[in-house]
Design a protein around this ligand. Sequence first.
Ligand SMILES: [Zn+2]
Length: 294
Amino acid sequence: MAVLNRFAGARAPANFYSSMFNYYALWKAFSSSSLSSEVDLKSTLLSRSSSSRPDLPMDRNVQWVFLGCPGVGKGTYASRLSSLLGVPHIATGDLVREELSSSGPLASQLAEIVSQGKLVSDEIIFDLLSKRLRASEAKGESGFILDGFPRTIRQAEILEGVTDIDLVVNLKLREEALLAKCLGRRICSECGGNYNITCIDIKDKEGRPELYMAPLLPPPNCASKLITRSDDTEAVVKERLRIYKETSQPVEDFYRKRGKLLEFDLPGGIPESWPKLLQALNLEDLNHKQSAAA
Ligand SMILES: [Zn+2]
């Protein structure tokens, strides 16, 4: 059970939070239309949003976005928070993978894009997200934690046009730790388990511990079957980080200007970071507390 202190009392204004129907219609309108320019898109969003109903109940769960460079552990923290808060964790990377392994309408198109190493277009991402949100709605879920989206200013603008984002958490880890962490990743070739063989122990000038991340060692039956992802090389990881920084900076600025960005420097691995993250979010993990007290 989670206690939400800071955000429970401060519901977002209603003007943009139109009915779920409008919401999906907007995603849909964007994803399936042949809008030729940003201006067209904006006018479509504006005309649609003017029909939103301010009288609709505000009773909904958090709508958060998680930002963070590849390898920072964004998925792990987003997933933990989503179980704590009872909202779906929607990772666009997962949506793409699920669609690829399905026989869905976009699977073959996606397979081609991915095999060519191209970025999946906004249109496809919106289509997948809209499908996922409809599925959530059918299950009676509300709110979400988005992971891997928005990735560009354009996506952030579209998202802003269709719903309110309450908070954007930007997870950060210093580059040397990030690099070491990415290079230490191993996958079990048999069960697909993810591990990390690197122990990060960065000390300051006086030799005092500054950042510690324990390795995540595999159980004995996986240990002999570990493989490294072919793209986890120093050059590839550095290039990935460079590209991430370049594209994420404007998205961070976008939310910073709106006062929605929460910068969070990870102080270490999950045991060090999780309680501090909850503190920063003004959340309490009662289950954790109770089990710790028992
Ligand atoms: Zn295994």
